[in-house]
Design a protein around this ligand. Structure first.
Ligand code: SF4
Ligand code: SF4
Length: 321
């Protein structure tokens, strides 16, 4: 009997989700025995035209990571939607926009201007920007256009499942792959690769009443001054655990780092940044407006703190331009 066909694609992403797939270690042999990986540009040289030539619905499962930043991303997303029985938005970039989605704070022209003219790694004085079409002696070379706004996969087409995480942890990847291979996926539309409730519920640190007089930035804190048992938020270290979906096993608090929020909003939360800002504000221990301003002012990058992974997928979505 033919093995089920799997595909994996990266759009606007870093490649970390492909690396995370390799983190399933020896299970990769079980995966190889049970399925054929027929398309994965990070690992193998398959041409888009090979996928275009396949009958519709002939790929059993596609894990699609990355946000939709360019015409090419959108074209391949639509192509894989057509060719796949099951399409999974895989990882934070596809489900929420993740770090590439923070570019929604700026504009396409500002991005190009910085990257090609002003960044420290370009030749000083360079004014040349990439062109969509360039004539050469060998013919016309073209580049896909960039969109003004990065969108999540489910903002551009119908997605069967969403699997959060930056990247999803290996145990969850294998659990979802196994469910897909054995036909045991939950109903369409489900969030997969997660546990119930929030990171706080998985975190083993002791929780008491949270009353914050000052926030401390992690890189300015001597690790020896962090209580290894007590809730980090109660120690003035921002931790997004109260509003973030469980699934990772509370990895970051285990190593003295506040949860940054990569597993996305917990159930029932529509806008993770708004919820986190509210949760953090509610633990500030003061009635004095000036002192509250001072304490809040210690959070130097509110968008990067509360919307680091979820800006593109949030209600706000982007900076108004
Ligand atoms: S706020 Fe952070 S450190 Fe505190 S219990 Fe929740 S996840 Fe753990
Ligand atoms: S603790 Fe938070 S940031 Fe760390 S892996 Fe889990 S969800 Fe992601």
């Amino acid at each position: 009997m033919a093995k089920p066909k799997f595909a994996m694609y990266w759009a606007a992403s870093c490649g970390g989700c492909e690396i995370a797939f390799l983190d399933i270690r020896e299970k990769i042999l079980d995966f190889d025995a049970a399925a054929d990986l027929i398309f994965c540009p990070c690992l193998m040289d398959t041409k888009y035209k090979d996928i275009e030539a396949m009958p519709d619905g002939s790929i059993d499962v596609t894990l699609f990571n990355g946000g939709i930043r360019s015409e090419e991303n959108l074209h391949i997303a639509k192509l894989l939607r057509k060719k796949s029985k099951v399409l999974v938005a895989f990882g934070s970039c596809a489900t929420e926009g993740c770090i590439p989605g923070l570019a929604n704070l700026t504009t396409k022209s500002e991005i190009l201007d910085y990257v090609y003219r002003r960044s420290p790694s370009v030749v000083a004085g360079n004014q040349v920007l990439p062109q969509l079409s360039t004539e050469t002696p060998s013919g016309t070379l073209t580049l896909p256009d960039m969109f003004e706004t990065l969108r999540t996969l489910d903002q551009v087409l119908d997605v069967d499942y969403r699997m959060p995480g930056c990247p999803p942890v290996a145990e969850q990847i294998w659990a979802v792959a196994e469910a897909a291979l054995t036909g045991n996926l939950p109903p369409k539309g489900s969030l997969v690769g997660v546990n119930p409730k929030t990171v706080c519920d998985e975190c083993e640190r002791t929780k008491e009443e949270k009353k914050i007089k000052a926030f401390r930035r992690p890189h300015l804190v001597d690790p020896r001054d962090i209580d290894p048992v007590k809730c980090l938020l109660e120690q003035g270290l921002i931790c997004n655990g109260p509003a973030v979906h469980a699934g990772c096993g509370a990895l970051c608090p285990q190593v003295n780092l506040g949860c940054r929020g990569c597993y996305g909003p917990a159930e029932g939360i529509q806008d993770v940044g708004a919820k986190l800002a509210g949760a953090i504000a509610s633990v500030i221990d003061s009635d004095d407006p000036a002192e509250i301003d001072r304490i809040v002012g210690e959070i130097l990058d509110p968008v990067g703190t509360f919307y680091r992974f979820g800006l593109a997928g949030s209600i706000v979505g982007r900076r108004i331009i």
